[in-house]
Design a protein around this ligand. Structure first.
Ligand code: 8YV
Length: 340
């Protein structure tokens, strides 16, 4: 990947002590609303154009020859057409582990580096997955409502289902999948998974596809990248398999909404094919279908997998550092696998 060496005077650093004030700040396009944890650092080191591509096509065309970087979030779209419009583009820095919205092939074809923020969010996303599993199994939001609405005064809640000792199936066994698996072991759960290829070094059972896996588990947790390769991987057939077991299955999605055929999921929940779901991501965020909102056996969260102050700060720091390293002529810290 191309890294542009720049004049020593322009060397940038995240450390304010060694940071030199460059004569000309590199220009960066923010393609979605910047995190308040990233914006101040970014604005200190770069001239930031906020979502010009959405608001002012003429201004974008005017600035394009100077725009050397893109700052994106995990859900941002960076299309081949946008990359095409930016002849000076050198780097796309994604503040997020997922980068399915970025046309990486188009970036690579132009020699544009793409970076993301893996690892720093593993714990939080894994914690949320377990939280959603517990919430869906033990019906915690409904239990909370039971107390608040005074319904306890006239009776107990219906019995919930047990999570400890149940069978977990993971769709995806990357770093976050492994963090979920190790937590599940503490709950005495058995762990199986499907992934593009088996990982023989891990002590978990491998299944070749999601339907075979779903047939053998009580909880199916989705933690695989989004994008064309996984679109609607969880379809009506997979949900039917998940629903076959005793007590039926629970689906949890902390990956991308695109991985699940949402219409098929709603159908399966309405028909009682599966017992419940815990969903952090949706096909058309932040819009959530009214039919999903109406289902009491579904626990919904607004894409908060990595949303703790500590983790978002770590993600912002890493996203900024990748830009700083690049513009200082050094290797970026966390390129996406395709750019390594
Ligand atoms: C965030 C995410 O919502 O990391 C990802 O891929 O989806 C989330 O952590 C987002 O990236 C914050 O910008």
């Amino acid at each position: 990947m191309r890294a542009i060496p720049i004049d020593q005077e322009l060397v940038l650093s995240a450390d304010p002590v060694v940071s030199a004030v460059p004569a000309v700040l590199p220009q960066v396009l923010a393609v979605s609303r910047l995190s308040p944890l990233l914006a101040p650092g970014l604005e200190r080191h770069f001239v930031v154009h906020d979502r010009l591509h959405e608001t002012d096509a003429a201004a974008l065309a005017q600035q394009a020859p100077q725009l050397r970087g893109i700052a994106a979030g995990g859900e941002s779209k960076v299309s081949a057409a946008l990359i095409e419009q930016l002849p000076a583009l050198e780097i796309i820095s994604v503040m997020g582990v997922g980068y399915d919205g970025v046309d990486v092939a188009a970036a690579r074809a132009r020699g544009v580096m793409v970076t993301h923020t893996p690892d720093v969010l593993n714990d939080d996303v894994a914690d949320l997955a377990l939280g959603l599993m517990l919430c869906a199994a033990r019906q915690l939001p409904a239990a909370d409502r039971w107390v608040r609405e005074g319904r306890w005064l006239s009776g107990n809640m219906p019995l919930a289902r047990k999570m400890s000792g149940a069978r977990l199936g993971l769709v995806g066994m990357g770093r976050i999948g492994q963090a979920i698996a190790s937590r599940a072991l503490a709950f005495g759960m058995s762990v199986s998974y499907t992934a593009r290829s088996p990982r023989p070094q891990l002590p978990y059972t491998y299944f070749v596809d999601a339907a075979e896996l779903a047939a053998e588990v009580d909880f199916l947790v989705i933690i695989t990248p989004g994008g064309a390769a996984t679109r609607h991987m969880i379809n009506a057939e997979v949900l039917k398999e998940l629903g076959k077991g005793q007590g039926q299955g629970v689906l949890v999605n902390v990956a991308r909404g695109s991985v699940v055929d949402e219409a098929a999921l709603i159908e399966a929940l309405e028909q009682g094919v599966i017992a419940g779901a815990g969903l952090d991501v949706f096909e058309d965020e932040p819009r959530v279908p009214a039919r999903l909102l109406a289902l009491p056996q579904v626990v919904l969260t607004p894409h908060v997998g990595s949303a703790t102050a500590a983790t978002r700060q770590a993600m912002a720091d890493l996203a900024l550092d990748n830009l700083l390293q690049h513009f200082a002529g050094r290797a970026v810290r966390t390129p996406v696998p395709e750019c390594r």
